[in-house]
Write a protein that binds this ligand. Structure first.
Ligand code: HBI
Ligand code: FE
Length: 293
């Protein structure tokens, strides 16, 4: 179970029609469990005062009877009791329609492999630490659980409208890289941030990125980068509001409108934006200077 390449076009050998595979928890090595424990401890220390209350409350669902990488069966039982969600193992990235169908049925797909020891801070593909530590605590929150299901349904519809790129941006800037405005200040709920040692500092503290109030259409117009820390974070006021706008939005006319509207670069700021912090973009500039395209 090492991280080679996990992108396939058809369910690979041993995977079911829905791309699920047995997790084979018994097959993880002591070193792999230890990798989980190292990452888990490190983030547990860093996240109080940074992660949203919903995420911190949800972490308890990961405290299972055995240490190390969670056993999905036991994890699913606990999650099922909390919000009716389950976690199933997949070999890597699955096709969009498969992904959305699982979400719409309250099944979260998780890679069963874990990053190598020399990649604790950087990896391209979501491994079990990102997928389980990053996503599962939020799925223990009833409102967020409903949002994820609504997103899955929306995804199935977006496929019909051929507007997946726009909807994928919503996922990116909420589920993966979202911030929330809580009474004590900005907090992280996006799984890509909470599972990253570096970005869980950067997203809140660094002067470089823009932090902008969430607006569904604006988010869907905004490109994102997958290779480095984000240049913009969108801030929601509450999970209830996020769920409400997602359920109430009529996506067909919105997609039609988006066809004819401009896209924003990750570092753009528009006149209509409700800017919370205007970033310097110094980090992104330094990185670009260090590695010219
Ligand atoms: N597959 N395993 C896995 N995990 C994902 O997050 C994922 C995926 N397939 C498609 C997909 N995400 C995207 O379509 C979403 O980001 C919109
Ligand atoms: Fe993710």
């Amino acid at each position: 179970m090492t991280a080679e390449t996990h992108v396939f076009e058809r369910p690979p050998e041993g995977a079911a029609e829905d791309w699920s595979i047995p997790q084979q928890w018994e097959d993880y090595t002591a070193e792999e469990h230890e990798t989980w424990d190292i990452l888990f401890e490190r983030q547990l220390k860093q996240l109080p005062g940074r992660a949203s209350q919903a995420f911190l409350d949800g972490i308890d669902v990961l405290n299972l009877s055995k240490p190390g990488i969670p056993d999905f069966e036991e994890l699913s039982e606990r999650l099922m009791n909390a919000t009716g969600w389950q976690v199933i193992a997949v070999p890597g990235l699955v096709p969009d329609d498969v992904f959305f169908d699982h979400l719409a049925n309250r099944r979260f797909v998780a890679g069963n492999f874990i990053r190598e020891r020399d990649q604790l801070d950087y990896l391209q593909e979501p491994d079990v630490f990102h997928d389980v530590f990053g996503h599962v605590p939020m799925l223990a929150n009833p409102v967020f659980g409903d949002y994820m299901e609504a997103y899955g349904r929306g995804g199935l519809r977006a496929l019909e409208y051929d507007s997946l790129d726009h909807l994928a941006r919503l996922y990116w800037y909420t589920v993966e890289f979202g911030l929330i405005d809580e009474p004590e200040g900005l907090r992280i709920y996006g799984s890509g941030i909470v599972s990253s040692h570096g970005e869980s500092l950067f997203a809140l503290d660094d002067p470089s990125p823009n932090r902008i109030g969430f607006d569904m259409k604006r988010v869907m117009q905004t490109n994102y980068r997958i290779d480095d820390f984000q240049q913009v974070y969108f801030v929601i006021q509450s999970f209830e509001e996020l769920l409400r706008v997602t359920v109430e939005t009529d996506f067909a006319p919105l997609y039609a409108e988006l066809e004819d509207s401009r896209d924003y670069a990750p570092d753009d700021v528009a006149d209509e934006d409700s800017v919370i912090t205007r970033g310097t973009q110094a980090y992104a500039r330094e990185r670009a200077a260090a590695s010219p395209a």
